[in-house]
Design a protein around this ligand. Sequence first.
Ligand code: NZQ
Ligand code: ZN
Length: 389
Amino acid sequence: MENFSFYSPTKFVFGQDTENKCGALVREFGGSKVLLHYGGGSVVRSGLLDRVKKSLTESGISFCELGGVHPNPLDSKVYEGIELCRKESIDFIVAVGGGSTIDSAKAIAMGVPYEGDFWDFYSGKNSPKAALPVGTVLTIAAAGSEGSGDSVITKEDGMLKRGAGSDLIRPKFSVLNPALTMTLPAYQTACGATDIMAHVFERYFTNTQNVETTDRLCEAVLLSMIHETPKVIANPNDYQARANIMWAGMVAHNNIVGVGRDQDWNSHGIEHELSALYDCAHGAGLAVIMPAWMQYVVEHDVMRFAQMATRVWNCKMDFANPLKTAMDGIQAFKNFLKSIGMPLTFAELGAKEEDIPTLVKNFGIGDGETGGFVHLKAKDIENIYRLAL
Ligand code: NZQ
Ligand code: ZN
């Protein structure tokens, strides 16, 4: 195991009706004037936004609103939010929604105290020195942004999807009420489940030796997802399954399952170009890319893939042919994704073969290489897109 520091300062408030504590939580973390940030309207239709507003009002906290965050959030909304926060002297942002809304809130939070263009944090030109505090009321178990120090935004000029990371944007609090996720369509629930599993796989495939504790934590999260996801697809109102998935989503991405080891993240980078170009759901893009990536890199460490196959997918170990076991595990993953309604190919996703050169170009590594488990060059990225056709 490698040296590490683990910092997860978010206060998680979990369970039924917890959105009613929002006002008290903002007060606890020093907020007095809130920007309520939300997406395309699901939180308005469900009545959640009204409950959050009531809670703020009861705690004597004033607020203004900015809705309309697009899934795969766009820079234009971030600029709008920065301007609004400055004009209204906002000192706290509450994101009510999914990863897109939370990421947009985090971008605004970094942008408000910064004199330059917030995109500097996403292009790698600068790193933030300050940010407004952010709290979240989560409505979908997926991105893990409720506990992460990351934010992913798409720049409309060129449709470039890029991430920024800083401990400054880890939420002060996150309200996790599993019942809020019951209104999700089955497809979106499955996209979320896929993303959660991908966050674990990006960490599981590592070159670091002697990481038994985190290996086992990863496997526990994956096994829980395999067990719980079909239940919510069959019955969206299964509170207990929703609860297990919601907590798995947080655990999968606040890095507790990834400390002390190198991690990969190429599948995410490769997928982000798909969701930037086609505006597909991030989880659906991962369902297409992650198995293709696995197939492409499996021979780098056959025994690690065989470990996944036996411990997670219950495959029988073929000692004479471990590669077969490894491939059985990848196939089991694909079967699972298919069973929950996920696409597995470019065609099912609506992506086009002729766009592959654009996708590779947008990926933007030029002659360089990227990744932790296996270093990939532009040609490898292209090969993975082609494997996913
Ligand atoms: O916009 P509204 O109307 O709220 O509808 C949303 C949206 O259409 C809907 N939805 C959310 N909760 C709902 C609901 N509909 C009915 N009932 C509910 N309870 O679901 C759609 C998707 O929402 P979105 O926020 O986009 O989903 P998700 O949480 O999957 O976020 C995806 C974004 O997060 C990024 C992805 O790249 C993508 O842009 N990621 C962020 C990460 C991070 N910050 O740490 C890590 C991830 O790997 C990921 O890259
Ligand atoms: Zn993800």
